[in-house]
Design a protein around this ligand. Sequence first.
Ligand SMILES: C[S@@+](CC[C@H](N)C(=O)[O-])C[C@H]1O[C@@H](n2cnc3c(N)ncnc32)[C@H](O)[C@@H]1O
Length: 506
Amino acid sequence: MTTFEPTEFLEWFQKAGGWYNDKYLGLKPFKGMGYGAVALDRIPEDAPLFHIPDSLILSPFTSELSTKLSEEEWPRLDHGWCKLILVMMWESERGKESPWSGYLSNMPREFDTPMLWDDEERKELVGTDIEDRIGKEEAEKEYTEHLLPVIKAHPELFPPSSTHHTLDSFHLQGSRILSRSFTVRSSRFNPKDKESDGQSDFSDDDDDEDQIAVMIPFADMLNAAFERDNAHLFADEEINDEDEDEHERGKEKGKGFTMKSTKVIEKDEQIYNTYASPPNSELLRKYGHVDILPLPSDLLALLTEEEIGGWGYGNPADEVLIDGEMVLKCVEKVTNKQQGEDLDKWKGKMTKRIDWWLEEGQEDMFPLSLSPEIDESLIAFIRLLIHDQEWLRAKKKGKLPTTTIDNDVAVIIREAIQSRLSRYIGDIRSDLSIIHSLDIDHIPRPNASTTQADGIKAEAKGEQVNAKNLRKCYAAIVRLGEKRILKVALRIVEAQLNKKRKAEDQ
Ligand SMILES: C[S@@+](CC[C@H](N)C(=O)[O-])C[C@H]1O[C@@H](n2cnc3c(N)ncnc32)[C@H](O)[C@@H]1O
């Protein structure tokens, strides 16, 4: 996975102006995670662990590439990650000449993100939230339409014989950005951009137009796992003045970012950053791994024995996104709308309601999680579509619909869930069978003591781990997490429908 040489990397980092506390922190491999940071001693809370000056951040602003291109060429690259990718290609091309040589030569070259899976492997993700979000074709279009013309126009920067700017290299740099970049305000680097209005320069807030992806050496060496974060990256301006003399962060080298412990970290413990606890589908898409933890008892209590299947693990942050468009199709199906003028009129009516919903700042993707409740905004959205009085009230009073699941709502949700469930390959049992049969040492085995697991064990092939098997296993874990959520949600709406049925029978 990685050609990482810790000593070489750390030497480069210090020579290039970075600072780290060598008494507190070391870098070492962790099973199934690549390299990560480890506490060499007991670290108190709020201790600076390392500091990266802004000049060491690899970005379209800090690299000199922009000065080598014409005034027309550079702004034309203002498209997604085009500038950063081209910068990373050029800095890699420069080898030892590049100020980031020791950083780039120590970055991973292989990734397990679905973008790089073959077609057969990607079929394992059919039905999951990742299926439509890989974006391989769109990414390759960016390469052909935006990067290739500049690359071809500058053989002095990008020699035709080099491998640093091929399509493969484009994917390599893209995967590095996807799994290791940080989002910061561009005004931090570019005085021409709007003033930073007193907010933090480091942010995960994607909505802000002033955000750009940058590569922050060292900060990207930390792994993350659900609710295990014990360190955080702070822009220096966020840190109190009284902390200033706590460490020689190389203040003369200018402002930058400091990684600090946010809890006491015991000796030999891993130092974790946070990736904001995404669901496994998102972890796999961006980082190429999944989070597997023993599920808490309140979540396990929602599952049947068959759904647990002797494997009470998963990611408590898992979710399934129900697409508003699919909800509309379910409404159309359940209300039995037929082709023709009536259907067109109905569609026009629905469009008005959906436009209003979006104008109110509401999302049209609804997350279901492993929870005894159905997402309230999904209920409100369905009520808006199917109950005329909710729509009239919404329009008149500017109020969102109520969030009660009545029978009509439950029928639509059941239809949406069944439609999602019908799209996956295999069932829960076959997912568990894959997880069990592949011998991957960082993935806990199903507990063989239950009857269900015994059945699974009988199917076990004991295959050895390789990249293909790992991908297959990760896909099965994502599918399993999503199917469990959908099954729980299905039980909730079916209970609602049964309640109504019983009341009618009495
Ligand atoms: C920001 S980098 C962290 C450093 C990385 N481990 C390395 O060796 O360079 C993110 C990558 O680390 C790995 N990683 C991080 N957290 C992990 C976890 N909880 N389980 C497995 N892999 C993890 C994934 O490969 C992910 O794409």
